[in-house]
Write a protein that binds this ligand. Sequence first.
Ligand SMILES: [Zn+2]
Length: 336
Amino acid sequence: MEEVIPGIFLIKEKSGFERIKPSENIYVIAGPDGLIFDAGFGNKKMVKFLIKEINKIEQMYRDKKEDFKITRILVSHGHPDHFAGLIKIRESLGVKIALTEKTAEIIKNKKSFMKSFNADSYEDYLIIQKGFRYRIRSFLQKILTHLFFKRLYGLSFVTDPDEIIKDNTEISINGENWRIFHSPGHAIDHISLYNEEKGILFSGDNILNSMTTWLGPPNCSVEDYIESVETIQNLPNLKIILAAHGNIINNPRERSIEILKHRKERTQNLLDIIEAYPEKGISPNDIIRELYPNGKKIRFEMVRGWVCLTIKMLEKENLIKRIEEKKEIKFYPINN
Ligand SMILES: [Zn+2]
């Protein structure tokens, strides 16, 4: 636990499997009416660690003879590393779970959650795979995805949140005014939490210090993501970003510009590849192979998401077209 800004504490939940499950940052805004931002993992050991760290903060406040009470927990979005711990944390600390309507809808049960993770939409979009074998494969994939999150993330769903808040609203934390605003792109329900007077932003997964934010169907959008990063870049008085993974960001504007530049470059790379095949077209898998010539198969699965979303965006912008051929989908440039 570390007091990163006076009154704001960072608790890092180390995952131990960085590649498939990055460590998670949980923040405590301490005071008489405090708030926990993001719930982290729900595995017993992780929650126990978190509670121990929060107790240490409480002791510090008691030693200083200052009031300390955490009243609420709020999550940035309905991804497992952000909400899995909610129920156990509520049980241990007696805090109220505050969710936006969109997040509450996603994390209310297994069916709803799996729908938000269901890869069918883009698998259908990128590969022609119909029939019995495909249905079996996608059925197994769903079971495995759920098991993966349940075991590795200690998933539990929230059927009864204590408070439903708006996507765009103001809340008081320890008597200070904080603004919540909808920032979709990485997730359809993503929110950010901002204190303009102090210039502090909790950015969830939208702005990370050294990692690229994951994007993939069905709940992400490159267009929305760019818009959200632009909104963050233009926040008045923004001084510091407290991200959900990795280090704190002390140069928020530069980092936002860098992220936007990266997205623009990747979009151009993809378009250049498709434009190199005006006659015979190129399949999504070959696009990925050209984008990551030295990539391993596992990496292809990780990047498939943004490639698919960017293809969709270029199609919408009328820069490329999609043609279903015998056993494959291919993309062709449109020369306007
Ligand atoms: Zn996420």
